[in-house]
Design a protein around this ligand. Structure first.
Ligand code: ZN
Length: 145
């Protein structure tokens, strides 16, 4: 059953292993979520105090805060690939850390007793591997501002 406001999830493929992958569309709260939080706080105020009380502002702000944290954590946890462990956010910040995480995930996956679907990992030619080895051995240049 689809949402009248569009799908909450985006289907695409992992950038590393090309496995089918989905993640949540919204990283932050939208207008609909703010409206639901406002209506909920009004209903809570009417139920708790019998009238519209100024304390509904507290319910509204706390509800928004909790919803925003939940939405961001949910978006962030669903972003990493479940098959290979590739995380585009970590890769963008520090590619070396992303490589370590993917290697660790693939090692765990290889030693796992569960029957898993084989991955379509990128094939590295010997020429490209030598070029990458040379760049890894070179000292990194610091960013100049
Ligand atoms: Zn993947």
């Amino acid at each position: 059953m689809g949402s009248p406001f569009g799908s909450r999830k985006i289907n695409n493929y992992c950038a590393f292993c090309r496995s089918p992958h989905w993640h949540y569309r919204h990283r932050n709260l939208g207008v609909l979520h703010i409206g639901i939080s406002l209506i909920s706080s009004v209903l809570i105020s009417l139920y708790a105090f019998g009238e519209l009380d100024t304390r509904l502002t507290l319910f509204f702000v706390v509800g928004l805060f909790i919803s925003e944290i939940f939405t961001q954590v949910r978006w962030r946890l669903a972003l990493a690939c479940r098959q290979c462990g590739f995380d585009p956010v970590i890769y963008k910040k520090n590619p070396a850390d992303a490589v370590k995480i993917v290697k660790a995930h693939l090692d765990r996956r290889q030693h796992s007793s569960m029957a898993l679907r084989p991955l379509k990992l990128p094939v590295l030619s010997s020429h490209r591997a030598q070029a990458l080895q040379k760049t890894e051995n070179q000292p990194r240049l610091s960013k100049q501002i």
